[in-house]
Design a protein around this ligand. Structure first.
Ligand SMILES: Nc1ncnc2c1ncn2[C@@H]1O[C@H](COP(=O)(O)OP(=O)(O)OP(=O)(O)O)[C@@H](O)[C@H]1O
Length: 242
């Protein structure tokens, strides 16, 4: 393994060990099993992001993929969310292997297991907040039950009053929370987030960190790529890429 250190959150960071919550003992949500990711760079050199790297994130836990820009956070997040195939190794969601699934199988597994919040929390500006949240349910039809779940989640994440507003009116922090709600709509095993606090001011970023932990407490595993020290120190466990 090159340039990689994995630590439990309570072994380091800005807070004392006594301040940190124990790692939840939920069932495995996301597993990387002896994963290797390497690239051939423009100059012909090989770049190894991780080699024979294994990680288990249980339901209820927040795991942070940390490291400087270019260290490979997004690459590892892509492999964990099966939008990139590793050079070797296996990825499992709720103990189901996903490397090598065909497009249709992967789409079904993703709907069941993996919510995703992209960097910047993309929303459709002209749709209402509620309709943005309901997007993942559209292929199978919007039922009263799913609409009720959307409202319940919007309430839990402080967006109930915004449900009928156009998404264009939302602030950066509200967009992140909307994207979390949308990612949780289908009750996935895990939710992946790419740099959720980038470009937010500190107090707004802190509300997003709180929302991440609310999402984990609801039973999802959170896998978060971030170089924000507060995201890193709030996580139950951290992988540091260098
Ligand atoms: N498909 C690819 N082919 C070659 N090199 C790549 C490829 N994807 C990423 N890289 C390189 O691998 C390294 C890690 O990239 P990655 O985007 O995973 O890092 P990161 O930590 O997420 O960076 P940032 O915080 O800036 O988004 C970078 O040097 C990048 O240029």
């Amino acid at each position: 393994m090159r340039g990689l250190l994995m630590r439990r959150r309570h072994s380091a960071g800005s807070k004392g060990a006594a301040d940190r919550p124990p790692v939840p003992a939920g069932p495995p949500a996301v597993e990387l099993d002896r994963v290797t990711i390497r690239y051939t760079e423009a100059d012909g050199n090989e770049r190894v992001i991780v080699e024979d790297f294994s990680l288990t994130v249980p339901r209820g836990a927040v795991h942070c993929l940390a490291g400087r820009s270019g260290s490979g956070k997004t690459s590892l997040l892509r492999v964990a969310t099966a939008t990139q195939t590793p050079d070797s190794g296996e990825v499992r969601w709720a103990e189901t292997p996903v490397v090598g699934l065909n497009h249709k199988q992967l789409a079904a597994a993703r709907r069941k297991h993996m919510g995703y919040v992209d960097q910047g929390a993309t929303v459709i500006e002209e749709l209402t907040v509620l309709d943005n949240v309901l997007i993942p349910a559209m292929p199978e039809g919007i039922t009263p039950a799913i609409t009720e779940r959307a409202h319940e989640l919007l309430g839990r994440f402080g967006l109930a009053a915004a449900a009928r507003q156009k998404a264009r009116s939302l602030s950066g922090g509200e967009r992140q929370r909307l994207a979390i709600v949308r990612g949780l709509l289908l009750e996935p095993t895990a939710l992946a987030m790419d740099e959720p606090t980038a470009s937010l001011d500190r107090s707004t970023a802190d509300t997003v960190i709180e929302a991440m932990h609310t999402a984990a407490a609801s039973g999802a595993a959170l896998l978060v790529a971030s170089h924000d020290p507060e995201v890193i120190s709030s996580a139950h466990t951290v992988t540091r890429l260098v």
